[in-house]
Design a protein around this ligand. Structure first.
Ligand code: HAM
Length: 433
């Protein structure tokens, strides 16, 4: 652009980091209502909220998630702070939650906790997969029986119903036994797959050395076919683990929760034993897992606490949001639209308008009021009121100011009435209910 002889160079715009997204106002209302619905379900199961820092010592994740997992090997945001200490943006919430519970001696009695917040993984972004994403998770400490898994899965099922998603999400469960059982199985699987090493996909060949159980998750058709003849994990699982799994299935059936036994389900984090589960949807494309979790009885001790049984799960809010969006947010309680739009015919009446709206906001604390704060004809203000989605327009014009009244128009039915505010706004508030 040439202006008065010098060249104006527009500055390059700075954009958000790849895979990290703003939650713009058109989305934040739905987002907040989703969080509110989840919090309400947690409250009915007597889970209490815990808030942990977003950064932790890198070693915490190495010791919990596992050195040879995808997360620790290639997805962590790790940096040295000004002291040279290695710090990581948390890739998940379980490790930090266990660290906090040990640090604050919370585990002398059973605890049922939940958390909500951003997590970070350096993955290839695609639909339903970000580098900054959000999880709502829960962890229950101190319970050995399958009852706690059953209650957690009932809680999940209740939540899907509250969000109108019960037909879109289904449950897969497995029992992966103890770490000893898995070590024996790992050897048997490696012995078997080594015979076909050359036929495995490249990722699985690498995993044969590092994390062979993850080969069970491979999406490669040839690898999947080879796995048909592989030894089964269930053959290595103890009688005790089998009984635990049977009890869980019994409780789920009694609670009306349908669960598919997927013997290949192993999960991508190392800390699990016995029960693992995933809630999956086929409406999301490749990133179909909405929620995952399981039992992890060894982790508390592994991080320096007293041996404490534990079970937990986390769900991806972005994935839940995508599902809700596909259903037009129909089942999400509440709405973004203001309850009333206040039309002020002339700026001279704004002081009176403020008196009315301030009093009304005190009388109806949950009711959102959008007061017109600029100039504009009554007609254009009515258009804005319609566009806002408000049910009521409250008109303040010359007559209203003179008579100390407000004209209410129901924008859905067209019905109109005049209410006195000369004493207070009680009558007006009642008319808006
Ligand atoms: P996870 O399976 O790694 O488990 O993650 C749980 C959920 O977070 C996934 O099912 C998915 O919905 C969401 N998620 C994961 N990565 C991404 C991503 N890059 N973009 C969007 N969403 C994502 C855990 O994190 C365990 N801490 C769960 C747990 C709690 N186990 C026991 N307690």
């Amino acid at each position: 652009m040439k202006t008065l002889g010098f060249t104006f160079m527009p500055l390059k715009k700075i954009k958000a980091i790849r895979g990290m997204h703003d939650i713009t106002p058109d989305k934040s209302g739905h987002w907040a209502r989703l969080e509110k619905a989840v919090a309400a379900v947690f409250a009915t199961y007597a889970y209490r909220e815990i808030r942990m820092p977003i950064v932790e010592n890198t070693g915490l994740f190495h010791r919990s998630i596992g050195e040879v997992t995808d997360i620790v090997e290639k997805e962590m945001y790790t940096f040295a702070d000004r002291n040279g200490e290695s710090i990581a943006l948390r890739p998940e919430g379980t490790a930090g939650c266990v660290r906090a519970c040990i640090e604050h001696s919370l585990l002398d009695t059973p605890q049922k906790l939940w958390y909500n917040g951003p997590m970070f993984r350096y993955e290839r972004p695609q639909k339903g997969r970000q580098r900054q994403f959000h999880q709502i998770g829960a962890e229950a400490f101190g319970y050995t029986g399958a009852e706690v898994e059953a209650e957690i899965l009932l809680l999940n099922a209740k939540l899907w119903r509250a969000l109108g998603l019960e037909k879109s999400i289904s449950l897969q469960i497995n029992n992966i036994g103890s770490s000893e059982a898995r070590a024996a199985y790992r050897q048997a699987l490696v012995d078997y797959l080594n015979q076909y090493r050359g036929d495995l996909d490249a990722d699985s060949q690498r995993r044969l050395e590092t994390n062979p159980l993850r080969i069970l998750d491979s999406k490669d058709a040839a690898t999947q076919q080879l796995l048909e003849g592989a030894p089964a994990l269930s053959a290595f699982v103890s009688q005790e683990s089998k009984e635990h799994f049977a009890r869980l299935n019994e409780l789920l059936a009694a609670g009306g929760v349908e669960a598919l036994h997927n013997p290949r389900l192993v999960r991508g984090l190392d800390y699990y034993n016995d029960t693992v589960f995933e809630w999956v949807s086929d409406e999301l494309g490749a990133q179909g897992t909405v929620c995952g979790g399981g039992r992890y009885d060894g982790l508390v001790e592994q991080l320096g606490g007293k041996p404490t049984p534990a079970v937990g799960f986390a769900m991806g809010i972005e994935r839940l949001y995508l599902l809700l969006e596909a259903h037009d947010f129909a089942a999400l309680p509440g709405s973004d639209a203001p309850g009333a739009y206040v039309i002020v015919a002339d700026p001279a009446y704004q002081a009176f308008a403020f008196e009315v709206t301030e009093s009304l906001r005190s009388a109806l604390p949950e009711f959102a009021i959008m007061q017109h704060l600029a100039a504009g004809s009554i007609k254009s203000q009515f258009k804005k009121a319609d566009k806002s989605g408000a049910k009521f327009a409250l008109v303040i014009a010359e007559n209203e100011v003179a008579e100390q009244t407000v004209t209410i128009k129901n924008l859905h039915t067209g019905e109109q009435s005049i209410v006195s505010v000369s004493k207070d706004t009680t009558e007006l508030a009642a008319a808006l209910k």
